[in-house]
Write a protein that binds this ligand. Structure first.
Ligand code: PHE
Length: 339
C-alpha cells in the first residue's frame, strides 16, 4: 500500500494544468470527501502496528504535496487572469480624449511675442494695478494734462494715486528705470479703461507694447521693425504711417497695414479703403527718457503699442469683442486647431 501512495505522490508532483476545471477535478480527486486521501486515512486502522509510522508519514507527504500543488496552480491561474483584466478588451473602440484649446487672445499674443523674440526683443511684465507715476506722469502726462482724458481711467477710490493701468506703457517705464540701454522689450498684458461696453470696446482688453532704446535709433528703424512685424503677422508688407499724437512720443504716428480689397470681407473690414489701422507708435519723447533716468542726449528710442483683441478679431473674423470674456465653450472650441 505504501508503494501505491508513493506512486500517487509522484503523480501529484508531476501534475500541471492551467485550466481551472482541471485543477478543481484534481482537488476533488485527492482532497475531496471520497478522495484518495480519505480512502487511505480510512485504511489506517487496518495497517499493522509496525508500519503505522511509515504509513502516516507517506500519507502526510501526499496530503501536503496535493495541497501545495493546488495552491501553486491556483495562484498561477489567478495571476494570468489579472494580466488579462488589466489589458481590458483590446478590440474595444478607444475612448475619445477631449482636447482643450488656448484662448484666442493667448494664441494671438504668443504669435506677436514670438515675432519680436526673433529680432532680439525680450518680454517684460508689470502690475495691473499701477500708480500715477508709471501710468501717466513719467510718460509726459503730468497732472491736469488734458491728454489724460484720452484714456478714461479706473481709479481705486480710497487712493487717487492707485489706478488700473490704462496701457502697458507703464511696464516700459518700469523697465527703463531698472535697465540700461540698449533696451529692446515688449510688454504684453491686460489693460483697463472706463469705457462704455459695446461690440467694439470693452472696459478691459489686452495690449502688446514695444520699446527700443539705444544710441542712434531712428524713425527709419521704427518703420522697418513695423514692416517686419506686419509681414510676419499678416503676410502683408505694405504699411503707411499717419501723423498722430501721443504725449509720450514725438513724432507720433498711427500704423495702417494694406489689407487689400480682394474679397467682400476685405471690403467690410477696411470700410472699402483696403487699409486697416493696427497700432500707434512714435519716437520716445526725450522727457520720458529723462524721467526714467536715461540720458536723452546720448540715447533715442521708438515705441509702439497695439491691441491684441482688435488683431485677434481681424484675424479670426470675430464680430464682437465681448466674446473674449464670455467663456462660451462653443466660441472657444473653435480655436482648437489654431497654433
Ligand atoms: N500707449 C498707447 C495706447 O495705449 C499706445 C502707444 C504706445 C502709442 C507706444 C505710441 C507708442 O494707446
Amino acid at each position: 500500500m505504501i508503494e501505491t501512495i508513493k506512486k500517487h505522490i509522484a503523480e501529484v508532483e508531476s501534475f500541471s494544468s492551467a485550466k481551472i476545471e482541471e485543477i478543481e477535478n484534481f482537488r476533488i480527486k485527492y482532497l475531496g470527501k471520497k478522495g484518495v486521501l480519505n480512502t487511505f486515512f480510512a485504511e489506517f486502522k487496518n495497517v499493522p502496528n509496525d508500519q503505522k509510522k511509515e504509513f502516516g508519514q507517506v500519507i502526510n507527504t501526499l496530503k501536503n504535496a496535493a495541497q501545495d500543488k493546488i495552491n501553486e496552480l491556483k495562484e498561477a491561474y489567478e495571476g494570468s487572469q489579472e494580466t488579462k483584466a488589466s489589458y481590458g478588451d483590446l478590440s474595444r473602440p478607444g475612448e475619445t480624449v477631449q482636447l482643450g484649446s488656448r484662448h484666442p487672445i493667448s494664441l494671438v499674443k504668443n504669435r506677436i511675442i514670438d515675432i519680436f523674440l526673433r529680432i532680439g526683443f525680450n518680454v517684460s511684465e508689470g502690475p495691473e494695478m499701477e500708480d500715477d507715476w508709471h501710468n501717466f506722469s513719467a510718460l509726459n502726462l503730468p497732472e491736469y494734462h488734458p491728454a489724460r482724458d484720452m484714456q478714461d481711467t479706473f481709479f481705486i477710490q480710497t487712493n487717487p494715486d492707485v489706478l488700473l493701468r490704462t496701457h502697458t506703457s507703464s511696464v516700459q517705464v518700469r523697465y527703463m528705470e531698472n535697465n540700461k540701454p540698449p533696451i529692446r522689450t515688449i510688454s504684453p498684458g491686460r489693460v483697463y479703461r472706463n469705457e462704455a461696453i459695446s461690440a467694439r470696446s470693452h472696459c478691459f482688453f489686452h495690449q502688446v507694447e514695444g520699446l527700443y532704446v539705444d544710441k542712434g535709433v531712428s524713425f527709419a528703424d521704427l518703420k522697418q521693425t513695423l514692416q517686419y512685424f506686419t509681414t510676419e503677422m499678416f503676410g502683408k508688407s505694405k504699411i503707411r504711417l499717419r501723423p498722430s499724437y501721443f504725449p509720450f512720443t514725438e513724432p507720433s504716428a498711427e500704423v495702417d497695414v494694406y489689407w487689400g480689397l480682394e474679397t467682400e470681407t476685405d471690403y467690410r473690414m477696411t470700410k472699402g479703403t483696403g487699409w486697416l489701422e493696427i497700432m500707434g507708435c512714435g519716437m520716445v519723447d526725450p522727457n520720458v527718457l529723462k524721467n526714467c533716468g536715461i540720458d536723452s542726449d546720448i540715447y533715442s528710442g521708438f515705441a509702439f503699442g497695439m491691441g491684441i483683441d482688435r488683431i485677434a478679431m481681424l484675424l479670426h473674423q470675430i464680430p464682437d469683442i465681448r466674446m473674449f470674456a464670455e467663456n462660451d465653450v462653443r466660441f472657444l472650441e473653435q480655436f482648437k486647431s489654431v497654433l
